[in-house]
Design a protein around this ligand. Sequence first.
Ligand SMILES: Cc1cc2nc3c(=O)[nH]c(=O)nc-3n(C[C@H](O)[C@H](O)[C@H](O)COP(=O)(O)O)c2cc1C
Length: 187
Amino acid sequence: MDAIDLLLRRRSAKTLAEPGPDDGALELLLQSAARAPDHGRLRPWRFIIIRAAARARFGDLLAAQLRRARPASSPEALERERLKAFRAPMIIAVAAVKDPHSTVPMAEQMLSAGAAAENILLAARALGFNGMWKTGGAAYDEEVKRALGLEPADALVAFLYLGTEPAGTDEPALRQDWRERVSNWSG
Ligand SMILES: Cc1cc2nc3c(=O)[nH]c(=O)nc-3n(C[C@H](O)[C@H](O)[C@H](O)COP(=O)(O)O)c2cc1C
């Protein structure tokens, strides 16, 4: 797939299965991430890889967060939350560890981490995988951040679920709604 084709066809996966990226593919994903635009060369991004059995512990974190946020959640809802960790063979949590002393605004440091996350998704597609970008309450939860080795002030910008789409997954038509979002400014 050439680069423009890749961009024009980008979409999230609806379902993902094995195989996930192997170590070689993962390295390419992370190298692609590290090419993200980065004001001030702060490299604010952190990538936390969650795979195999660690997904069960990540699922526990998701369920515990839901219980904290909504104590009345039913056991079924908690189980559904826990199982989200098994939506894909691999999850990459993308965080921005922001430097509060930098002259680069914090928002720009987060945007850089977001760009790194998008690079991962695009690189995954180029390698024959696909992914989904999720956040949810867990991304804003201090306990989840701590469990992943982050500080409360750090921003979890993405949980990238990565794997292989089942054969026969529909390719939706190209989107045409971009024109209404564009204007030509002439001063
Ligand atoms: C920062 C960010 C957070 C997101 N969080 C969620 C989420 O928690 N749950 C969800 O269903 N979609 C989430 N999305 C949207 C999906 O990743 C996806 O882009 C959207 O469903 C549209 O599908 P498409 O990517 O195929 O166009 C998020 C997107 C971004 C950029």
